[in-house]
Design a protein around this ligand. Structure first.
Ligand SMILES: Nc1ncnc2c1ncn2[C@@H]1O[C@H](COP(=O)(O)OP(=O)(O)OP(=O)(O)O)[C@@H](O)[C@H]1O
Ligand SMILES: [Mg+2]
Length: 390
């Protein structure tokens, strides 16, 4: 179930805008336009978080905070103060009144989401490790979502080989996770007969999941030190695609455990990626040079932009699996996509076949191969500013 956020502001436009932005991130929103109403709503709705404007007529945000804190029914609800004031004194007054965090208007959507996410994660005391957004300067690892507009484009292969390349180059903790219940392929390609680590986690209650539970389900293949969270391939397990809270929890734990969590999110916006994208720091979109796929990818890019993935958080790669002469050129691809391609992969059907037959990822089997070098380049593009956690 989505977390419920009570947004309190006397300015109706701000109320609407902030409410909409958070709704798009998957939160449930309730609104109040004055202090008295905020107190009533806090009681009636029991929100998971209150975003509270300070400057309001009648009862200001400080007073609302004091009253919420004095009431045992509401004293544990986290509060983010949201105000145009920038003076240090005001922030101190806010914290003294009992606010958990502070945001200054005008706030960038990213900043807002980061604070909301971090405060919500902190408030789930004990349930989740303290997870703060990287923009708040914590030591949280990075979650990278890998996605394509359609299935079968090669994103599982890409996620695995990228993960290994990142691990080899950074010597940091990297986890590759297949968020594909019922559609797993990485485990099979590596010779695991029952790749069910993810499934076992999804069978637990999300709020009971601990980092230790996740560590238990991570496996290491002999080909690299990357740890893998593998997904089953039993079709019926696809029903766990609706376990949104579990995916949120697993993602939060993974970013606590690893410097980089490379997440195979599967094709399109699914119930899983719909949630998990909100926790991703960066998204990689794979495309192929086919007109239909490009149209669908353009639509996906628009959707990602709505979710805050502008150029700086997005990497688009042209992942060619077929012979080049049958396809559009790079210029045509970029024109049709109205976006730049960061990297081009050359098709490698033979070596990919060898890798699958050997049960070894390509970059481990043939590290000097051209495609392996392309995975290496991709890792380097991503590595530039990986957080410092060991
Ligand atoms: N660079 C490549 N060149 C040629 N074939 C490739 C390449 N990368 C992957 N393939 C092949 O393409 C097929 C699909 O790959 P993969 O399973 O990684 O795609 P996917 O996008 O994860 O698919 P799904 O939507 O089913 O999860 C596999 O048979 C794989 O071996
Ligand atoms: Mg796949």
């Amino acid at each position: 179930m989505a977390e419920k956020i009570l947004v309190v502001d006397d300015d109706i436009d701000t109320l609407r805008l902030v409410g909409l932005m958070l709704q798009r991130q998957g939160y449930q929103i309730v609104a109040a336009s004055n202090g008295q109403q905020a107190l009533q709503m806090a009681h009636a709705e029991k929100p998971d978080l209150i975003l509270l404007d300070v400057m309001m007529p009648d009862m200001d945000g400080y007073e609302v905070t004091r009253r919420l804190r004095a009431d045992t029914q509401t004293n544990t609800i986290p509060i983010i103060m949201f105000t145009a004031k920038t003076q240090v004194d005001d922030k101190v007054t806010g914290f003294e009144a009992g606010a958990d965090d502070y945001l200054t208007k005008p706030t960038q959507p990213r900043e807002l989401f980061a604070h909301v996410k971090a405060v919500l994660a902190r408030s789930m005391k004990g349930r989740l490790p303290a997870v703060a957004s990287s923009s708040l300067g914590s030591d949280r690892g990075r979650a990278i979502g890998i996605i394509a507009a359609k299935g079968g484009l090669g994103i599982s292969t890409l996620t695995l080989n990228l993960g290994i390349s990142l691990s080899n180059r950074t010597q940091k903790e990297v986890v590759v996770a297949e968020y594909r219940p019922g559609h797993g392929s990485i485990g099979l390609d590596l010779g695991y007969n029952r790749p069910e680590g993810l499934l076992r986690l999804l069978q637990k209650k999300p709020k009971d999941l601990t980092s230790a539970d996740i560590e238990t389900e991570l496996v290491t293949h002999s080909s690299s030190r990357v740890r893998l969270l593998l997904s089953s391939f039993q079709p019926a397990d696809a029903r766990y695609m609706l376990a949104g809270e579990s995916f949120d929890a697993i993602t939060n734990h993974l970013t606590h455990i690893a410097s980089v969590a490379a997440l195979d999110l599967g094709p399109g916006i699914s119930p899983i990626s719909d949630r998990v994208l909100g926790l991703c720091d960066q998204v990689i979109v794979a495309v192929e040079a086919a007109p239909g796929t490009l149209l669908r990818t353009r639509a996906l890019l628009d959707e990602l932009a709505n979710r805050g993935f502008g150029e700086e958080r997005l990497l688009i790669v042209l992942y060619n699996r077929h012979r080049l002469e049958m396809q559009l050129t790079l210029t045509q691809v970029q024109e049709q996509l109205r976006a730049s391609i960061a990297l081009v992969f050359t098709p490698a059907p033979e070596v990919m076949y060898q890798a699958a037959r050997n049960g070894t990822p390509l970059v481990a089997l043939y590290p000097d191969n051209l495609t392996s070098q392309q995975f290496g380049r991709m890792a380097e593009l991503i590595m530039k500013d990986i957080p410092k956690k060991a």
